[in-house]
Structure formats: C-alpha cells, structure tokens
Design a binder for this molecule. Structure first.
Ligand code: R7I
Ligand code: MG
Ligand code: MG
Ligand code: MG
Length: 317
C-alpha cells in the first residue's frame, strides 16, 4: 500500500482504458439486454470497434494528460487545442462535446463554445470520465485538485453539475491513490461528502444512497433506480464510486459489476476502473484484459508512458 506509487498511477490510467474498452461493445444497452445476449460481460469483446479499442473517454484522458504534462498544470487554451487535435469522430463522442470541439476548431473560444450547445453548458459525464490525470497530478493537494478538475471540465462542460462531478470523481481517484492501507467504504464516502461544494446537493443525496446500498444487498435494478446509469454526471459518477466500494477486494469484480449495470457502460466502466486501478495498481488489473488493449501509436504503451511520466514529475520531484 505505497501511496502514489508508480504502479498505482499507471493503474488509474490503464483502469480508465480497460473500463472504457470493456464497456464499449454494450454502451447504451440495458442490463437485461446485456444479460440476454452475453449472460455477463467479463471479457474484451468486439462491438462497433474492435475488441480492446478505447472510445472518447480514454481519448480525452490522453489529451488531458498530454496537456497537463506540457503545461505542468491545467491551461484551458492548451487543453482545448489538444482535445481538438486528438478528436477522432470514430470514437463515439457525446453529441454536446462533439459540437463544442467542432466550434472550437472553427475558431470559437472555448469559453463561448462550451456554453453554446446546451443552455448553461453540458451536465454530461464527459468531464468526469477523463479526469484521472488531474487526480494523479494533484493527489496531494485537495484544494488545488478541486480547482484543476473544474477548469479541466469547463473547457467542454460549463454546467456546474458537470464540473462538480469531475471534481468528485477526481477526489475519489486521489483518495484511492493515496490510501496507505485497506479502505473503509464508509469513511471513504464521508470524505467524499466533506469534499463537495454547497452546490453539490444532488451528489450529497446520491452519496447517502451509496451508504444505504452498501449496508444491504440490493438488486441490480434497485442500484440503477437509485444511482442511475446514464450519461449525466449526476447519474453515473456515484454509480462508479458504488461499484468500486461494493467490490473493494478486486479490480476485476468492480469493473464487471459496473459494466453489467448497462446504460453508459464504457464510461461507468472507465470511472470505476480509474478509482479501482488507483487502489490496486496495474498489478491488480487482469493481464488477459491488458493483453487485449489496442496498442497502436496512441495505444496501451503510450498510455503507460504518459502515466509513468506524470508519476515522475509529481512524485520524484
Ligand atoms: O458529456 P459528454 O462528453 O458525453 C459523454 C458520453 C459518454 O457516455 C461517452 O462514452 C460518450 O458516449 O458520450 O457529451 P454531452 O453530449 O455533452 O453530454 C452527454 C449527454 O448528457 C447528452 O447527450 C445529453 O443527453 C445529456 N445532457 C443534457 N441534456 C439536456 N440538457 C447534458 N447536458 C444537457 C443539458 O443541458
Ligand atoms: Mg465513450
Ligand atoms: Mg454516449
Ligand atoms: Mg459512454
């Protein structure tokens, strides 16, 4: 349990990638549809993309890591440019984010673009799903972590609920990364609650649900009904936190649980993978999953290199 170890920073990055790729083939399916078709998703399967391929979730995490390393912090302009440069429509972006990136590419400043697609900005989970690099970079400074997560979100997600969700997810990853021993699920939730801003009421309620659900053995349907499994930040971040805490003992079980809830499977998978990967480290991720990940020019090796570089900058400095 070495806090902030290289293995655990790499675990947070690869955990995002593995969760994204595991959930990719069944994104948008209900739990019943997954069950009827596969029984249970436990292997890297082909879907719209080849088995082990990542989607927008990981592509944006990569962009965030690249920009963080280049600027040694969050710089909104550089981050917007980096997201646009990496933007590959084949990877299944959310409609709001795709539109924002198009506007920025056409020359609109991100401050305006991010307000143009939904009134008040998107409250989608696209800012939370990519936040692992921010969490690792600022794991030792919670106040800075909150600020950085919010700025990293705002470039595409200007709605306060999307920004708060990204900050909450970042803090969950950082707590997991920093733990010096076995995590107590209830103390973990308590710390998350203390971290929320006064505007985080919806998340506060959801964290209350997480506690109640942890005290019983709820059905899958009850978990979905109370926490949600869709692409709103408010209906997915706490679901990922719950999947992690429900299966603290195993990265594999947490991720299988998350993906088989259905709905926004790649993203709830990516967020669960980030938190659980930061806890168990790369060594806790099943090798048979890692072996299946795409490994082209910006594939598995590149993601590991980004994580290792970030670890060097933050933890060897
Ligand atoms: O948040 P975002 O990048 O989406 C990420 C999702 C993940 O599942 C990825 O895997 C990828 O598939 O997309 O993209 P947005 O389109 O900004 O937000 C996601 C969804 O949240 C939208 O498509 C809407 O359904 C919903 N949403 C809103 N609906 C109404 N009004 C977000 N903001 C609003 C809103 O203001
Ligand atoms: Mg996706
Ligand atoms: Mg989607
Ligand atoms: Mg998704």
């Amino acid at each position: 349990f070495q806090p902030g170890s290289r293995d655990r920073v790499i675990g947070a990055f690869l955990g995002t990638f593995v969760g994204d790729a595991l959930g990719m083939p069944v994104e948008g399916w209900t739990a019943e549809e997954i069950c009827a078709h596969y029984g249970e998703v436990r292997e890297m399967l082909p879907g719209r993309l080849r088995a082990g391929t990542y989607t927008d979730d990981t592509e944006m995490m990569i962009g965030l890591a690249e920009s963080l390393l280049r600027c040694q912090g969050i710089d909104g302009d550089d981050l917007a440019r980096t997201f646009c440069r990496n933007f590959n429509t084949r990877r299944g972006y959310g409609p709001g984010t795709a539109a924002v990136l198009d506007l920025i590419s056409q020359g609109k400043p991100w401050e305006e673009a991010s307000q143009m697609v939904f009134p008040g900005g998107s409250y989608g989970n696209g800012a939370a799903m990519r936040v692992a690099p921010v969490a690792c970079f600022y794991a030792r400074e919670p106040a800075q972590l909150r600020r950085a997560a919010i700025v990293s979100a705002r470039v595409t997600h200007a709605h306060p609920l999307a920004m708060e969700g990204a900050a909450l997810q970042a803090y969950a990853i950082s707590l997991s990364l920093s733990s010096t021993g076995p995590i107590d699920a209830f103390k973990f939730v308590e710390k998350l609650r203390d971290f929320l801003s006064p505007e985080g009421e919806e998340y506060r309620k959801k964290l209350g649900c997480v506690e109640e659900l942890l005290r019983s053995t709820p059905s899958r349907d009850e978990v979905i009904a109370r926490l949600g499994n869709d692409s709103r930040a408010t209906h997915s971040v706490c679901t990922a936190i719950y999947a992690f805490l429900r299966h603290l003992e195993s990265f594999e079980e947490a991720l299988v649980y998350a993906v088989n809830l259905g709905g926004d499977t790649d993203t709830i998978g990516a967020m669960t993978g980030a938190i659980s990967g930061a806890y168990h480290g790369k060594d806790g991720i099943p090798p048979r999953w890692l072996d299946k990940l795409e490994n082209g020019s910006k594939g598995r090796r590149y993601v590991e290199e980004l994580a290792a570089e970030l670890w060097k900058v933050v933890y060897l400095a």
